[in-house]
Design a protein around this ligand. Structure first.
Ligand code: RIB
Length: 328
């Protein structure tokens, strides 16, 4: 494959002249420019995009760092980011951290070195938040609030309202023995959903019944087994995301419970699986596509020196489907 040196030799100029012609960074005498263009045509030379990016200080790449690409919420968000980046002439580099802070820090460093134009990150590590604060790139923290993340912008949905919507809906459906499969309290989304649930329990004098659960299917199975052991007479389950709800459905039906006749269930996120699944899940909708699109627009506005809103909390809504049934 031809190199920049081959082009320079054929055109009778220096490699730096070839580079200036390619990047348009400085005036080049017209006859030399024509010779360089002819040599590029003759050799079929393709400039190294990454090398050009490093030279131009812009790679047209947006880094996306997510905790777990197996969870549909995160890959649906990454899809929304990719679509908005693409129509604006950018590409994305998707990094999976597995909730590992060291991996998050490594990915942030790599994206800095690659002259990425911005980073969209979902993390709950305050150590990562400190790294973000000293990051030269525009960073948008999605879905979670981080302490110490400096001037980064953030985009998340109203988890607190979502927690209230979930229990209020089960109460409207006549549930009297509700158990909350509570997301991780060290994550702001889990903490805020719990606060919403807690406020309604306080307001109506309802005994709180919580089982802690990570945001993944496997831990959803564990938590659902604990639910069956501890709360035989459960008649309403709030799952802190849709994957936990789907896992809970599996355990409850295996134990002979009918959904929604015996136990009503509500999830959180409204991922595609929530309606591909049978029965279709009642859930709390997060505007996943809008979150991803807005995160990209913040980075683009930053790059153009345009103003952008630093704190963005998007509304959530109840989506009633087949796993709950309102009282007649
Ligand atoms: O499903 C993953 C969960 O983690 C979602 O509810 C999202 O809000 C994040 O907090």
């Amino acid at each position: 494959m031809a190199s920049i040196r081959d082009v320079a030799r054929i055109a009778g100029v220096s490699p730096s002249t070839v580079s200036r012609v390619m990047n348009g960074t400085a005036n080049v005498e017209e006859d030399k420019r024509q010779k360089v263009l002819a040599a590029i045509q003759e050799t079929g030379f393709k400039p190294n995009e990454l090398a050009r990016a490093l030279f131009k200080q812009s790679s047209k790449i947006i880094g996306v760092i997510v905790p777990n690409i197996e969870n549909p919420f995160f890959n649906e968000l990454a899809k929304a980011v990719e679509e908005e980046a693409y129509i604006n002439g950018y590409k994305i580099l998707l990094c999976n951290s597995n909730n590992n802070t060291e991996k998050e820090l490594m990915n942030i460093q790599m994206l800095n070195q690659m002259k990425a134009d911005g980073i969209i990150i979902l993390t709950y590590s305050d150590k990562t938040g400190q790294a973000i604060a000293s990051c030269q790139l525009p960073v948008v923290v999605v879905d979670r609030q981080l302490t110490g993340s400096g001037q980064s912008a953030y985009v998340e949905s109203d988890h607190y309202k979502g927690g209230k919507l979930a229990i209020l809906h089960l109460l409207d459906c006549g549930c009297k023995n509700i158990v909350f499969l509570r997301g991780p309290l060290e994550v702001s989304s889990g903490q805020q959903r719990y606060q919403g649930y807690h406020e309604i329990c306080n307001k109506y004098g309802i005994r709180e019944q919580c089982i802690d659960c990570l945001y993944d299917y496997e831990d959803g199975l564990r938590a659902a087994r604990e639910l069956v052991e501890k709360y035989h007479h459960v008649d309403g389950v709030i799952a802190s995301n849709d994957m936990i709800a789907i896992a809970t459905y599996k355990i409850l039906t295996r134990e002979g419970y009918r959904i929604p006749d015996d136990v009503q269930m509500i999830g959180f996120d409204n991922i595609r699986f929530s309606w591909l699944f049978t029965p279709e899940l009642t859930t709390v909708n997060q505007p996943i596509k809008k979150m991803g699109t807005l995160a990209v627009q913040i980075i683009l506005n930053y790059a153009k020196g345009l103003p952008f809103q630093q704190e963005n909390i998007l509304d959530v809504s109840l989506v009633e489907r087949q796993t709950t049934r309102r009282k007649e």
